[in-house]
Design a protein around this ligand. Structure first.
Ligand SMILES: [Zn+2]
Ligand SMILES: [Zn+2]
Ligand SMILES: [Zn+2]
Ligand SMILES: [Zn+2]
Length: 295
């Protein structure tokens, strides 16, 4: 991560430190920040922390300081979830509601493994039909695979790696990285981003697409980051600290573009971003009028 100093904003000579990041460095930062924040939040999945951080513009202090009451609510919610996974029967009894997972009508999902209804439905799928010591039959696709080609989250719902791959592909295609991906058995356990990338490691295209989704969401949500607007340049600029005036001059060493952090236009001192936008709009309007006159 390369660090640089911006020497001015449009109206002041305020100096600010900034960094030039590659996509891999941004990904590293996403993982590290989500893990650090989860030391405080203690949620069952760092993907949930990442999604919460997106909503808080990656402002850790705001998330863990001002909004600590929200954290308490989140923790309470996950405490209930935790109970749900460890002893669902007890939880439903405490809440005085019937366990909906005992209803046979919920078993029609073609992606969910079938199970013997007389047994505990939450764990029935764990009992894989072992054909010998090393192979298992996947309850989703019924193919026989070596046991090390299965994966289960904490809920212990096991599925073969091929089923996981197809399931992740569909989810990433529909929602990118903006929603948590739950267990293939449609329980409430969430799969971590790191595990998603690991399960997709034999599909370079999909793996790259998911990484790219993660970085894009991070850059767009984060108040301190911006893409370099240089042609075909994938450099990410990150300010060291937040300042109200974001019209800092930024130089990208990779494509040699000099631009304004706030509006991403070529550096436009001494005109302010809003004036530049108005001037550009006026030019567009006038060229439209010219086209009408010619017509
Ligand atoms: Zn399968
Ligand atoms: Zn599950
Ligand atoms: Zn650049
Ligand atoms: Zn600007």
């Amino acid at each position: 991560m390369q660090s640089k100093i911006s020497l001015a904003t449009i109206t002041t000579d305020e100096k600010i430190k900034y960094y030039l990041l590659t996509e891999n460095e941004a990904l590293h930062e996403i993982t590290k920040t989500a893990k650090d924040v989860n030391e405080i939040l203690n949620l069952p999945s760092t993907t949930l922390v990442r999604l919460i951080l997106n909503n808080f513009h990656w402002d850790q202090d705001m998330l863990t300081g001002k909004f600590s009451f929200i954290l308490m609510k989140i923790r309470k919610f996950y405490f209930v979830l935790e109970k749900f996974f460890t002893d669902p029967e007890k939880l439903f009894k405490e809440l005085n509601v019937a366990n909906p997972y005992l209803s046979p009508s919920l078993q029609s999902n073609p992606l969910s493994p079938g199970h013997a209804p007389e047994r505990d439905p939450m764990l029935a799928v764990v009992e894989q039909m072992a054909t010998d010591n090393t192979n298992k039959i996947c309850r989703t696709c019924y193919s026989e695979n070596p046991s090390d080609e299965f994966y289960a989250l904490r809920c212990r719902h096991q599925h073969c790696l091929t089923c996981w791959h197809s399931y992740l592909e569909v989810n990433i295609g529909q929602h990118g990285c903006l929603r948590p991906i739950y267990c293939l058995s449609r329980c409430l356990e969430v799969i971590d981003d790191e595990k998603i990338l690991e399960l997709l490691s034999n599909d370079q295209n999909l793996c790259d697409r998911y990484r790219n989704n993660l970085v894009k969401a991070f850059v767009e949500a984060n108040r301190l980051t911006q893409w370099c607007p240089g042609n075909g340049c994938a450099t990410i600029v990150k300010l060291n600290t937040y300042s109200a005036n974001r019209a800092h001059v930024i130089e990208c060493d990779n494509c040699k573009t000099t631009f304004c952090f706030q509006c991403s236009k070529p550096w436009h001192e001494p005109i302010q971003c809003s004036l530049l936008a108005k001037w550009e709009q006026k030019n567009r309007d006038e060229s439209m009028t010219g086209t009408w006159v010619i017509a």
